[in-house]
Design a protein around this ligand. Structure first.
Ligand code: ADP
Ligand code: MG
Length: 292
């Protein structure tokens, strides 16, 4: 994947030495409707592609069985797939199809009963809890349905919490940029109870991005928001992908949200039954009718 800046040389990626990678020039890349194959001629590539391997998360033969014997439930059955850096993937599927299980396993929150997962070049299957905790802290960002902000902290304190926990200081410029991006310049000192749901979720998105993680996992990020606030949050996630080169993997029930992604994976009965660009919200709705 390439990132394009204007001829002025303004760089869209805040830290071009980091995170951004994708196919090298000449290598195939996934079709992506939001980034045309023939970009306008006043766009120039502005980021050095630093890593040839475009996949930041891979699942290989991943199965997850809950329970044993007659009561066993196969929540995931032999899933093999990979997630390219700097792309936005939505995961949909009927209730019970394995979405949460897949996301938890990809994020090292649960272990597969068969198969392996790699994250940022490292096999995470088999790591102990301490190693997984560190890996999640260093490499992942999370956005949840219910925001999960700490009520006693201000918006800004919540935003920088992942860094505070890791004993790191936020880069002031990056912090300012994030606060501006999520449109909360005048809410930095507010507590969550003084913010709307949409504002709280924008803080949560900024919090997920603050450490420039390898992957942001979002679990129903618009599940508790009205349509306007949902649109704002989806625009932010899209912007994180397009401007910061962020990789985002999002579980959602919302066809409008899924339509913002580059790729839509659909699950049924623990397996991938469809994997393609989502198209617009109406197309996602039509697709889901064939799957439910
Ligand atoms: P989704 O997120 O798509 O609704 P889940 O991943 O939560 O689906 O669940 C997939 C299947 O695994 C379902 O049949 C569910 O009942 C089962 N399941 C999930 N978690 C557990 C668990 N802790 N114990 C037993 N069965 C579970
Ligand atoms: Mg679920």
């Amino acid at each position: 994947m390439y990132f394009f800046g204007e001829r002025s040389g303004r760089q869209l990626n805040p830290d071009p030495s980091k995170k951004l990678s994708g196919p090298l020039p000449g290598e195939a890349r996934q079709p992506n409707e939001s980034r045309p194959d023939n970009p306008p001629t006043d766009w120039i590539p502005c980021v050095t592609v630093s890593q040839a391997n475009g996949q930041v998360v891979t699942a290989s033969g991943v199965s997850r069985r809950y329970g044993e014997g007659e009561a066993a439930v196969d929540a995931l059955v032999d899933i093999s797939t990979g997630f390219d850096r700097g792309r936005f993937t939505a995961i949909m599927g009927p209730s019970g199809s394995g979405k949460s299980t897949l996301m938890h396993i990809l994020a090292g929150l649960d272990a597969p009963t068969a198969g392996t997962v790699t994250l940022d070049g490292e096999q995470i299957t088999g790591l102990d809890d301490a190693a997984l905790t560190k890996l999640r802290r260093d490499k992942l960002g999370f956005v949840f349905q219910f925001f999960n902000l700490l009520p006693v902290l201000t918006a800004e304190e919540n935003l920088v919490l992942p860094l505070s926990i890791a004993g790191r200081k936020p880069d002031a410029e990056w912090l300012d940029r994030l606060v501006r991006t999520v449109g909360l310049e005048d809410r930095r000192a507010h507590r969550p109870s003084e913010l709307s749901g949409g504002q709280q979720q924008r803080v949560a998105v900024a919090r997920a991005l603050v450490s420039k993680p390898a992957v942001v996992f979002a679990d129903e990020p618009t599940g508790n928001l009205d349509s306007k606030a949902s649109a704002d949050v989806m625009k932010l996630l899209r912007q994180a992908v397009d401007e910061f080169g962020q990789t985002v993997i999002m579980v959602t029930h919302d066809p409008v949200a899924a339509a913002h992604a580059d790729r839509l994976i659909t699950l049924r009965d623990g397996g991938i039954v469809h994997d393609a660009a989502p198209g617009d919200a109406d197309e996602v709705i039509e697709l889901m009718k064939t799957i439910d």
